[in-house]
Design a protein around this ligand. Structure first.
Ligand code: XMP
Length: 524
């Protein structure tokens, strides 16, 4: 395993990704992590970049034990500068910020420096890299030699003459550095000598044994599923590990997509064998939502009602299994992913709340149950790969995310069963046509929104006065920023025509061309 210490760079998680793509397990921890308090021994340590300058008063600093721990260390950008200042080098603000492509010229040292030459070995005399920094080294640290330079960065890559310490000014983790993965590979495979044995198959068998050991012979596990990728994959994995001792609950909150509860039941329960209870609580949710327009209020109502319904159903399951003498419910499954874990361990603290996002599982923290989070080490696309290996159908594995509060935050006015039905029909047509046009996988998220205004139209010879549907489709890497998707006009024309013809109550369709920022992806 490789330990990556995060100094707050926007690219830190990509270092983790690149290591795992090389089949080497890597874990990201905040830079404040004390090496003496690690519960496992990494085979190498990577120091990430950072938005700080090493001389900032509040700049985060590396635990000096990193350099006496006895494993190889690679500093990237700010990590290089931290390493350089620890070893007595000087870091100066360069005259200009360097941002973008640069060519690194490899400087091969003599044969007595075999170790130092290992990092850039076999990559050619010159290769392209991506730079993004304000500061750079102005004096080499003691015992280090330059192994790569660019036109403006004389210390683009340095290596210690005898110890396995390396630093690079550029970012090997981004795809703009075409040989970046090779460089990380030189470090983790050749220098740290990690085994390239981490694969999704090995993850599954390791995780299944871990779950079996944790849960034991008789304990029962419950968990909420939503029809989304994460909870479905987590549920299937639990089912593989402990069969019917895992009890999945789907709460139909009345604001799911069209036929969603039935669809989830068919896939998870009938096709994949997961022990699933569907609870139709739509009446309760819709009655509590009646007349409410404020989005945060809608979220709160849905969140609280969800907890009530889930706990009640969990109680029913508990009585049943106890009656049958099958043990107690002791665990709660959560589909937490690695980005959530990273967010919560960040040394920078939580970012400002624009919306109170919560997904199904996240609400149940207060239940007196122990947590099982089998996906907490994985990124979204790794969860998708895992899902495919567990034979979850591709239409489910590739699904766009759907918010916990569902259609309630896509109906801009008050929520009623009638408004839900209008939106469900429009949304269903929209997604059907996107799939038919083969565009679904190019879009990160697509959905329809029901506006609380009426517009005049004409149908036959009659004047109509009906509602408006707004369509949203965005491309996004991480949902923090997003751009609207440029549909071929013919696809939009077909969608618009179908919605106005097939959905009673709607006479107008608009397409949202706002990016995020300044818009958000959802309208509420
Ligand atoms: P925004 O609208 O903030 O959305 O740009 C970013 C991503 O978060 C999803 N989202 C939510 N997910 N509960 C959720 O589980 C929520 O309350 C919520 N609000 C927004 C949104 O669908 C998008 O993927």
């Amino acid at each position: 395993t490789i330990l990556i210490l995060d100094f707050g760079s926007q690219y830190s998680h990509l270092i983790t990704r690149r290591c795992r793509e090389l089949n080497v397990y890597a874990e990201l921890m905040p830079c404040t992590q004390k090496i003496s308090q690690l519960t496992w021994k990494p085979k190498g340590i990577i120091l990430s970049g950072s938005p700080y300058s090493v001389y900032d008063d509040d700049a985060p600093h590396v635990d000096p034990d990193v350099f006496t721990f006895g494993v190889p260390v690679l500093g990237i950008c700010y990590g290089l500068q931290e390493m350089a200042s620890y070893f007595g080098g000087k870091v100066g603000g360069s005259t200009h910020r360097e941002y973008g492509h640069a060519d690194v010229e490899v400087i091969k040292l003599g044969n007595e420096f075999q170790l130092a030459n290992k990092l850039l070995d076999g990559l050619g005399e010159q290769f392209q890299v991506w730079m993004s920094h304000g500061d750079q080294i102005s004096t080499a640290p003691n015992g280090f030699h330059v192994v790569g330079k660019t036109r403006t960065a004389p210390f683009a890559a340095i290596a210690h003459e005898s110890k396995p310490f390396f630093g690079i000014q550029f970012h090997p983790e981004v795809t703009h550095t075409p040989k970046g993965k090779d460089i990380i590979g030189r470090f983790v495979l050749n220098i740290c000598e990690c085994d390239a044995s981490w694969t999704m198959e090995s993850f599954i068998s390791k995780e299944i044994s871990r779950i079996r050991e944790l849960v034991g012979e008789t304990a029962q596990v419950i968990g909420a599923v939503s029809g989304g990728v994460d909870s479905s994959v987590a549920a299937k994995l639990m089912h593989e590990a402990i069969g019917d001792r895992f009890h999945a609950i789907l709460v139909d909150n009345g604001v799911l997509r069209m036929n969603e509860a039935a669809r989830v039941k068919k896939t998870l329960c009938e096709d994949l064998g997961v022990n699933l209870q569907v609870v139709d609580a739509s009446e309760l949710f819709l009655s509590r939502l009646a007349g409410v327009e404020d989005p945060e209020q809608k979220r709160k109502i849905i969140g609280n009602t969800f907890i009530n319904v889930f706990e009640e159903e969990a109680g029913r399951i508990e009585s049943r299994v106890e009656e049958q003498g099958r043990g107690k419910i002791e665990f709660l499954l959560q589909g937490t992913l690695y980005p959530d874990v990273i967010e919560s361990i960040s040394f920078k603290g939580p970012s400002a709340t624009i919306k109170t996002h919560h997904n199904v599982g996240g609400l149940l923290k207060d239940m007196k149950l122990k947590l099982i989070e089998p996906l907490r080490e994985l990124f979204k696309d790794e969860v998708r790969a895992l899902g495919r290996l567990l034979s979850i159908p591709s239409h489910l594995v590739g699904r766009h995310p759907f918010p916990g509060p569902g259609l309630a935050i896509r109906i801009l006015g008050p929520v009623s069963r009638e408004q839900v039905q209008i939106l469900q029909k429009a949304d269903n047509i929209y997604i059907e046509e996107i799939r038919a046009a083969g565009l679904y996988d190019q879009i990160a998220q697509a959905f329809a929104v029901l506006l609380p205004v009426k517009a005049v139209g004409v149908m036959g010879d009659k004047r109509t006065y009906e509602q408006v549907i707004a369509l949203r489709a965005v491309q996004s890497e991480d949902f923090m920023t997003a751009d609207w998707f440029a549909f071929p006009p013919a696809v939009l024309r077909k969608i618009s025509s179908r919605i106005t013809n097939e959905v009673a109550g709607v006479n107008r369709v608009t397409y949202d061309i706002s990016s995020k920022p300044p818009g958000t992806i959802e309208w509420l």
